[in-house]
Design a protein around this ligand. Structure first.
Ligand code: 2DT
Length: 211
C-alpha cells in the first residue's frame, strides 16, 4: 500500500461544464488511487441523497421552482451538511475525489445573474481544496457529446456564461486540463496531478475557503 506516513488525505476537486467528462474521470481516478493502495473515496455535489439534496434534485429536474437565491443557499447548505464528515475523512487519511464543489456553486449562480460577492458569502468556512482540476472543453463541443440530458442548466448559451465565470474564479490551486484530449491522455494527466497533490499535502494543514 502507498505510505502516507499516517498523514492526512487530499481534497481533490474536479470542475468543468456539464458533459466535460468529469464524472467518468473521477471514477477512473478513484480506481487508480485505490489500486495504488491509497485510501480514497469519490464524492459529488450536489449530494442528492440528503433531504436538502432531494430538494436540489427536484429543482434540477424542473419538478419544482425555487428562487435563484434560495437554490444557491440550498447548494451551499448541501456542502455544509457534509463538511464535518469531509474533515474527519481527510484527517483520518482518506483522500476525497470530489465531482463539483464550491466553484460550481459560484459559476452557476453567477451565470444566472446573481452578484458574485453575494454568492461567495455562504461558502466561506467550507474546506479549501488542495487541488482543483478544471476539465476544459468548449461549450459547443460538450453539447455535441451525446447531447445534454433534460436538466435545467443543459443549454449551450447558459454553459458559455458558466465557463466565463469559471475562468474568473481560477486561483493558485487550479490546474487546467484540456478535456478535449483523448480520455486516456486526460486520465494520465489527472493521475500525475493527484499523486503529486497527495504527497505534497502531507506537510500542509487543511484550511478553509476564504474567498
Ligand atoms: P451534476 O449534473 O454534476 O449532478 O450537477 N450546480 C452544482 C450548481 O448550480 N451549484 C452547485 O453548488 C453545484 C454543486 C451544476 C447538477 C447541476 O447542478 C449545478 C450542474
Amino acid at each position: 500500500r502507498m505510505e502516507n506516513g499516517g498523514g492526512r488525505g487530499a481534497l481533490i476537486v474536479l470542475e468543468g461544464l456539464d458533459r466535460s467528462g468529469k464524472t467518468s474521470q473521477c471514477a477512473r481516478l478513484l480506481s487508480f488511487l485505490q489500486g495504488k493502495g491509497c485510501l480514497a473515496e469519490a464524492w459529488r455535489f450536489p449530494d442528492r441523497e440528503t433531504s436538502v439534496g432531494k430538494m436540489i434534485s427536484a429543482y434540477l429536474a424542473n419538478e419544482s421552482q425555487l428562487d435563484d437565491r434560495t437554490i444557491h443557499l440550498l447548494f451551499s447548505a448541501n456542502r455544509w451538511e457534509k463538511r464535518n464528515l469531509m474533515e474527519s475523512k481527510l484527517l483520518g487519511g482518506t483522500t476525497l475525489v470530489v465531482d463539483r464543489y464550491s466553484y460550481s456553486g459560484l459559476a452557476f449562480s453567477a451565470a444566472k445573474g446573481l452578484e458574485i460577492e453575494w454568492c461567495k458569502a455562504p461558502e466561506v468556512g467550507l474546506l479549501a481544496p488542495d487541488l482543483v482540476i478544471y476539465l476544459d472543453v468548449q461549450p459547443e463541443k460538450a453539447a455535441e457529446r451525446g447531447g445534454y440530458g433534460g436538466e435545467r442548466y443543459e443549454r449551450v448559451e447558459f454553459q458559455k456564461r458558466v465557463a466565463e465565470h469559471y475562468h474568473s474564479l481560477r486561483d493558485s490551486t487550479w490546474k487546467v486540463v484540456d478535456g478535449s484530449l483523448p480520455m486516456e491522455t486526460v486520465q494520465e494527466q489527472l493521475r500525475e496531478l493527484a499523486m503529486n497533490c497527495i504527497s505534497e499535502c502531507q506537510g500542509k494543514q487543511l484550511t478553509n475557503l476564504t474567498w
